[in-house]
Design a protein around this ligand. Structure first.
Ligand code: GLN
Length: 451
């Protein structure tokens, strides 16, 4: 038995209570992990992990931070979670999120907002905010989140962590509650490149239960400084504008100067359709969400409104009181963009834009191995600051949604703090299935530079 893990698990409820105000955890499942602690072997046997509460783990509730899933218990375990357990990991908690992973701040949660450990008046980012918080405070060593348009990378940036969104199709979505199926990927939070890579390798790879998973082999990351030094880096002009906080731009420029001094090739590139990313993303993901969330009807899952004289009234009342306002907004938007007469104007056009954005990346990767950008245009914002202004909230995803539209892998790396003591994150994006290249440069930066 691993003594230190056993002690950490037994002390888990007390450690969690100490950070109660951060509201990062929906369910403490450390007792389940204790029950399993004997004989855990494998690459993750020394680590405590948490998972976002839109991932199924049998014998636990899966809430998606939604009233509509009240009392719903997982009937099976998500493939990614099962693979963590098979790798020996101790899964101690299910974490807070924006309802059904729709949001950028973890404020849209029926459990109330999670808070940023660097300053509890600020958001931790979202939608996987709870997972970011528990890694940032050291309560656990790593965590799983899901990233549909930035929900791992942006909270990683706001909390000062490594946060990877793998290539679409790298990690099985079986057992992840669907938001927008052609975008959703399970991702990883960790405090080091090495651990992010280890967790990623444990969960990645083909799964017969998810036909969109790829059978591309998953390597084992081994840092090679010489290999890292040969990586060429592209800086897209579209990610460099006045809308980006000055200190974030300066930190990127500072990193680029250091990389050039160390002999790296850094080039200007263009991703010309970047500006259309947000519009296309919010059309396509709401369309998919409106379809995916149709299953929550008061019959098949969780909550049912007691108030309904007939079937239709029961559906209506269940969905009106079970879903929060952001989820309802997206279901309505998605239903609208798919409706007869509007489908060509919105959905089909957005699909065309998605192709153009993908082509932008493919073109760029003919010239460079990695693309370096800010992860977010701003520092973490105050709780309550954007929650009543959906458009402003959506615009904060401007640098993370293009990679999700294209399906390429992308990771936030922490690069120190601003003068406000808050974390700054930069984003490394690679071509399809080249997570390894991201890890190489990330590790180089982690090892060579202090910020
Ligand atoms: N913030 C984005 C949204 O609201 C991304 C969410 C996510 O990646 N799950 O859709």
């Amino acid at each position: 038995m691993n003594k230190s893990i056993d002690e950490r698990l037994r002390g888990f409820p007390a450690a969690l209570a100490e950070q109660n105000e951060l509201n990062a955890v929906i369910a403490d499942i450390s007792d389940q992990a204790i029950a399993r602690v004997n004989g855990q072997k494998g690459p993750l046997a020394d680590y405590l992990l948490a998972i976002k509460d839109n991932l199924n783990l049998v014998e636990t509730e899966t809430t998606c931070a939604s009233r509509i899933l009240k009392d719903y218990r997982s009937l099976y375990t998500a493939t990614a979670v099962q693979r963590l357990l098979d790798a020996g990991a101790h899964v101690a908690a299910k974490t807070n999120l924006d309802e059904f992973a729709m949001g950028s701040s973890t404020e849209h949660s029926c459990e109330g907002p999670a808070r940023n450990p660097h300053n509890p008046e600020l958001v931790p980012g979202g939608s996987s905010g709870g997972s970011a918080v528990v890694v940032a405070t050291g309560l656990v060593d790593a965590a799983l989140g899901s990233d549909t348009g930035g929900s791992v990378r942006q909270p990683a940036a706001f909390c000062g962590l490594y946060g990877l969104k793998p290539t679409y199709g790298r990690v099985s979505r079986y057992g992840l509650v669907a938001f927008a199926s052609s975008f959703d990927q399970i991702g990883v939070f960790a405090g080091t490149t090495e651990l992010a890579a280890r967790v990623f390798e444990s969960i990645a790879g083909h799964d017969s239960l998810d036909s969109t998973t790829s059978d591309q082999p998953v390597g084992t990351f081994a840092y090679e400084e010489e290999q890292a030094r040969r990586i060429t880096i592209g800086l897209p002009e579209e990610y460099d504008n006045e809308g980006v906080d000055r200190e974030i731009r300066e930190r990127r420029d500072d990193l680029v100067t250091r990389l050039k001094n160390d002999g790296f090739t850094v080039k200007g590139i263009s991703l010309p359709h970047t500006d259309y990313g947000i519009a296309a993303y919010y059309i396509l993901t709401t369309a998919e969400a409106s379809s995916n969330l149709a299953r929550f009807d008061g019959v098949r899952y969780g909550y049912r409104s007691p108030d309904g004289q007939n079937l239709e009234a029961m559906y209506t009342n269940t969905r009106s009181s079970g879903f929060g306002p952001e989820v309802q907004r997206r279901i309505m938007l998605g239903t609208y963009v798919l409706s007869a007469g509007y489908m060509d104007k919105y959905y089909i056009r957005a699909m065309r834009v998605r192709r153009l954005i993908r082509d932008d990346f493919l073109q760029a990767f003919k010239e460079v191995d990695l693309i370096l950008t800010p992860t977010t245009p701003s520092f973490p914002f105050p709780i309550g600051g954007k929650v009543d202004d959906p458009l402003t909230m959506y615009l904060s995803d401007v640098f993370t949604v293009p990679m999700s539209l294209a399906g390429v892998p992308s990771m936030n790396i922490p690069v120190g703090h601003g003068s406000n003591q808050l974390p700054i994150g930069l984003q490394l994006t690679a071509n399809y299935f080249n997570e390894e290249t991201i890890f190489q440069l990330s590790r180089f930066i982690e090892q060579q530079y202090t910020f």
